[in-house]
Ligand binder design. Structure first.
Ligand code: 0O2
Length: 265
């Protein structure tokens, strides 16, 4: 049997995973910079381990000389969304790239068509061109799009599958199906109260930013103006902070900014 140079063969796949991960992360950062809600919570990637590749080749009866054409998920990138309502937007973001930097080969919707195991996820197999130290390659990459809740379920189920060498006992399989249904319900419920959750998150973020700004203003006044009453201002801040009033914090910060102007601090 032909000896495979794994280091050389897997290099384009590692580069594919790195490049696509960076591209998708940057796309998500762009939304944040524009103060728009990104459908992408997190992007993770991996190259399939050699042992998983040969195990899959054996399971699907793929000969050694067909491994890199027939195994579609040697490169894998996962887009994790917070809400199920973000999945469609994340899929569109990938589709927009079709015929530009990727070519979509096929899509599999295991969210509408849940697998018998209970597995839910949206898969897109794409072709990706890479220029490596060994030249030009076109790799296949599986992009999995799923929610945090789907990802948690799949990770746990994957470990159990590994532990039981693919033969998960019947009673555990049944419980996994029940937990998959519970996870789908969690996704739907969270999606229904999505606007409330996002509002609450942005309130928490804005309060944290305001507190940062106040403490930096106090610090600058202390070091640059040498005003004696800065210590009193600091105590006043903690008193307002304890009161929990956002309006008082904003008003207090306005006063600090004015003082910085007056004392050119
Ligand atoms: P690993 O170890 O995660 O890489 P086919 O369905 O026969 O056309 P394939 O490639 O099995 O071919 O496609 P499928 O079913 O879309 O699965 C691709 C990958 O999705 C799997 O890769 C898993 O990562 C994930 N997946 C699919 N089904 C399940 C499931 O029931 N549970 C979990 N946890 N993950 C699943 P691998 O190589 O099978 O596994």
């Amino acid at each position: 049997m032909e000896i495979i140079n794994w280091d050389e063969k897997l290099l384009p796949y590692a580069q594919t995973v790195n490049e696509l991960t960076v591209k998708l992360e940057n796309l998500s950062l762009g939304f944040q910079k524009l103060d728009k809600q990104s459908p992408i919570e997190r992007v993770v990637g991996r190259v399939k381990s050699i042992s998983s590749i040969i195990e899959k080749a054996k399971r699907k009866e793929i000969p050694n000389d067909r491994i890199f054409e027939d195994i579609e998920d040697i490169a894998g990138v996962r887009i994790i969304c917070r809400f199920i309502g973000d999945i469609e937007r994340a899929i569109s973001l990938v589709r927009e790239r079709d015929t530009r930097d990727i070519s979509i080969i096929k899509e599999r919707d295991y969210i509408t068509n849940i697998k018998p195991s209970g597995y839910r996820s949206y898969h897109m197999i794409v072709r990706y061109p890479v220029i490596t130290a060994f030249g030009y390659f076109e790799t296949l990459c599986e992009i999995q799009i799923r929610t945090l809740s789907m990802d948690f379920w799949a990770t746990v189920e994957h470990s159990l599958r590994y532990k039981y060498k693919g033969n998960i006992p019947r009673h555990i399989q049944e419980r996994l199906i029940t937990t998959s249904e519970a996870s789908a319900m969690l996704d739907n419920e969270m999606n229904e109260i999505r606007e409330d959750i996002l509002d609450a998150q942005s309130l928490v973020d804005r309060r944290a930013e305001l507190i940062d700004e106040i403490l930096k203003n106090i610090q600058v006044l202390h070091y640059n103006s040498k005003l004696k009453q800065v210590e009193e201002l600091n105590n006043e801040f903690y008193e307002i902070y304890e009161s929990g009033s956002a309006e008082r914090l904003m008003e207090f910060n306005r006063q600090l900014k004015l003082m910085r102007e007056i004392y050119r601090a």
